[in-house]
Every structure is written in structure tokens, then in C-alpha cells.
Design a protein around this ligand. Structure first.
Ligand code: TRP
Ligand code: ZN
Ligand code: CA
Length: 434
């Protein structure tokens, strides 16, 4: 069953442009999902203390190309290796210095559905970077360790990342995404970003990107009874932008940087109005003293909630999703074949053996018309032959095609050809239901 689609509202911009409307189908009740564990604030803060010590021992910062950055990478990698992760260091060069990304894969899960969470691990040269961004780094690390403690066996494959040189322009995350072949990018179910999640005068901001990811965070906060706002302090200013730019669904959390908390925000969240969310942003006072524990605690638990929730679920999208093109395509009389494209995205694997094709062709003598469904790779499935005796008008029919040898994602086409002179018509709409 599908939700109503725009096929009768042909004046909408989408319909006129022949855009394709995907409608989620009614799905079975989701599998029972084990609740995420509480992430101990003390454990997250213990990581902050380590990052502070690393900065203190290395000239006061953990910046790209400085020894404090490399020591931060080694600290995180050591914890993950001990917990059973498969880790790898990706190197890149920027400003004449070697930079590092750390990638950690949790073995198992569907390799074709990768859920990734990440945080930048570098600071600026001005300070130790504890709120920005030891907080995100520590919450992601502690969530990864909680996955290991629970020996979680999620449906999706889990990957965690710590990025270098974010402060110099998202350099590390761009290098990572650029290094992914397009086939690998297509496997990402989502990327979750955590950059500054313990600001001392905190707001509770949720990125307004992928709706399902956004809802997961908002639901978590609704459960706490804490209001959230959409993150607006510079969209594209952290590593999620590198993923979003190549079409990967993204989301994340943020407690505010140099922007000022308004009176209304102080009313609902507490804290000090007229003061920055983080007065120590990019300065030497961004130390372990520059943290709001409640914000860090809530956001660390929210990271785990999102990882547990979004990594579970069916390994194939629910049946019943429809893709439709309602743009009219004229069928020339006794002429060349024409086609109406239907772009299918967001599926995994092959099409079903019962792919439903709803066809609506307006014609004054339907026996003139030959119809084929053409798969993304060009294979054609005959839906209807011509017939000199079928003089009725219009084709309003549902065909079932065994398309199980075809990859689901890509551009499908309804191809129509009029093979006899005199009568004519047009493709009114075509809808594929997976
Ligand atoms: N990425 C910025 C930094 O590290 C901080 C920042 C500003 C930010 N605006 C944001 C992070 C919006 C996440 C979302 O300095
Ligand atoms: Zn940051
Ligand atoms: Ca004809």
C-alpha cells in the first residue's frame, strides 16, 4: 500500500519537472531494539582529562601537525584496538605536515549498510580544545567502547571516525570521503557528527538534515523533556558537510560556539543569556574547566541512543515503496518509441520478483501500443504487445514483472511505441512498487 502521491496534482513543480516521488510503504512493526546503555559521564570525562594532559605535555594544544595531535590519535587507537575494533590510520598531507584520520570498524553487520559516527580530534593551535572537540571525540570513543562491552550485533555495519585538521577546513574528513570509491559511498546509511557537545553555557541543537536521523535525536531529547532547536550556527562548518556533499544522509548534535545565548534560550535551558555558548571557543581557556557536565552527559547518552537505534532494523527496506513519474510523454503516431523515466534510490540489492508496474496511457486505440519496462541496465520486459483488434481506448493496468535479476537502484523506463497509423496518445503516468 502506498500513501497518496502527487499524481493528480500535476501542477506541482515536482510533477511538472517529472520528478519522482518515493512514498514509504506501510511496514511491519520494527524488530525489538535493545535500549542503548547509559554512557557513564565519568568515563567520558576521564577521556577529556587524558586529552588535557596530552595538550599540556605538548605545548598546550593538539593541533594538526603538532605532537599533541599524534598523541591524541594514539590514545584513541589504543582503546579501540584493545576493545576488538579493526582500526586503520589514514594519512594526508596539509600545510607540509602529515595529518591522520583514525577509522575503527566494529566487525559484523551488513557491509552494504554502513552507519558511521565521527568527531574531529584536532584542536586549534590556541589551546587544548576540550569542548572543541575532545567532547565529541570522547563521546564517540565511549560509545564505541560501549558497543564492545555489549558485544552488540547490529544489523548495520558500524564504523567510527576521528578526523584530523577539521580546524583548517574539514581537511581530514574531506580526504576520507574523497578516498571512498562511489560504490563505497553508496553503502552509507548515514553519518553522525559530534563537534562541541559540552559547551559551558549550553544550548541543545540538533542538525536539521536527514529527517530520520534528526527524529532519532529529537525523540531522545523529548524523552528527557528537554527542548531542542535546529542547529544554525554555520551549517557546513563541521565534518558532516564532507559527507553531505556527496549525498550521504547526515545528522548530529551541537551545544553552541561563539554565538550568544538569548533570553528565550536561557529561559528554556538555563545558563546565562547575553553570553556566548562557549566563551573559550578557540582560545587557551578551552580546558577541562570549560565543560557543562549535564550537557556532556545528555549528549553522550544521545550518541549511544542514535547508534543503537539507527543500526538496528530490517536489512532491506520495507516492501511497498513506490516511485512514480507523472510527467506526460507524447507517443508519436506509428513512430519511434518514447519512454518515461523512473529513478529509484535508497534500495539495496535487486528488485523483487513481483515488481508492480502501474501504467496509465491515454490513447484512442490501445491496440496500437507496445509497452516494455526497461531496467537500469537496459534489459527490457514486455508488458503488452500490439493488437489490431483491441480498439478500446486507454491503458490503465497493473503489470507484475519478475525483476529479481535486476539491481533495484537506477533509472527504470516505461517504453511505449505506437506501431499503427491514425490513433495516438501519451504516457500519463508510470509507477513502480518494490
Ligand atoms: N566546527 C567548528 C569548529 O570546530 C565549530 C562549529 C561552528 C560547529 N558551527 C558549528 C560545529 C555548527 C557543528 C555545527 O571550530
Ligand atoms: Zn570543532
Ligand atoms: Ca496509431
Amino acid at each position: 500500500m502506498t500513501h497518496s502521491v502527487l499524481r493528480r496534482t500535476a501542477t506541482t513543480a515536482a510533477a511538472l519537472a517529472g520528478l519522482l516521488l518515493a512514498t514509504p510503504g506501510a511496514s511491519a512493526a520494527p524488530a525489538q531494539i535493545a535500549a542503548a546503555p547509559d554512557i557513564p559521564l565519568a568515563s567520558v570525562k576521564a577521556h577529556l582529562t587524558q586529552f588535557q594532559s596530552i595538550a599540556t605535555a605538548n605545548g598546550g594544544n593538539r593541533a594538526h601537525g603538532r605532537p599533541g595531535y599524534r598523541a591524541s590519535i594514539d590514545y584513541v587507537k589504543g582503546k579501540l584496538d584493545a576493545a576488538g575494533y579493526t582500526t586503520s590510520l589514514q594519512t594526508f598531507t596539509y600545510n607540509g605536515a602529515t595529518g591522520y584520520n583514525l577509522i575503527a570498524d566494529w566487525p559484523g553487520g551488513d557491509p552494504n549498510q554502513v552507519l558511521m559516527a565521527g568527531a574531529h580530534l584536532d584542536s586549534t593551535t590556541s589551546g587544548p580544545g576540550i569542548n572543541d572537540n575532545a567532547t565529541g571525540s570522547a563521546a564517540v570513543l565511549e560509545t564505541a567502547l560501549a558497543v564492545s562491552r555489549a558485544q552488540l550485533q547490529p544489523d548495520k555495519h558500524l564504523r567510527f571516525g576521528w578526523w584530523g585538521a577539521e580546524e583548517l577546513g574539514l581537511v581530514g574528513s574531506k580526504a576520507y570521503v574523497n578516498g571512498l570509491p562511489s560504490a563505497e559511498r553508496a553503502k552509507f546509511a548515514g553519518y553522525l557528527n559530534f563537534d562541541m557537545i559540552g559547551s559551558p553555557n549550553p544550548g541543545y541543537f540538533v542538525y536539521d538534515d536527514d529527517p530520520a536521523i534528526e527524529k532519532t535525536f529529537k525523540d531522545y531529547y523529548a524523552g528527557l523533556g528537554v527542548p531542542t532547536e535546529i542547529e544554525t550556527e554555520g551549517d557546513g562548518r563541521s565534518d558532516h558537510a564532507s559527507f553531505k556533499n556527496v549525498g550521504i544522509p547526515v545528522g548530529g548534535l551541537f551545544t553552541g560556539a561563539s554565538r550568544t545565548k538569548t533570553a528565550a534560550q536561557a529561559q528554556k535551558w538555563g545558563g546565562t543569556s547575553g553570553q556566548a555558548f562557549d566563551r573559550c571557543y578557540h582560545t587557551s581557556c578551552d580546558t577541562t574547566a570549560n565543560i557543562n557536565d549535564t550537557a556532556l552527559d545528555r549528549n553522550s547518552d544521545a550518541v549511544a541512543h542514535a547508534i543503537w537505534t539507527l543500526s538496528a532494523g530490517t536489512t532491506t527496506p520495507p516492501p511497498g515503496t513506490s516511485f512514480e513519474n507523472t510527467a506526460d510523454v507524447a507517443i508519436p503516431d506509428n513512430g519511434a518509441a518514447v519512454s518515461s523515466p523512473v529513478t529509484v534510490t535508497g534500495r539495496t540489492g535487486n528488485a523483487p520478483s513481483t515488481l508492480k508496474v502501474d501504467v496509465n496511457v491515454v490513447h484512442t486505440y490501445r491496440g496500437d501500443v507496445v509497452l516494455d519496462l526497461v531496467a537500469p541496465d537496459g534489459s527490457a520486459y514486455r508488458l503488452k504487445n500490439s493488437s489490431s483488434s483491441d480498439s478500446a481506448d486507454n491503458i490503465v493496468a497493473t503489470y507484475t514483472v519478475n525483476a529479481s535479476s535486476e539491481v533495484a537502484n537506477g533509472t527504470w523506463r516505461l517504453r511505449a511505441q505506437d506501431v499503427a497509423a491514425q490513433d495516438t496518445g501519451y504516457i500519463n503516468s508510470v509507477r513502480l512498487t518494490f
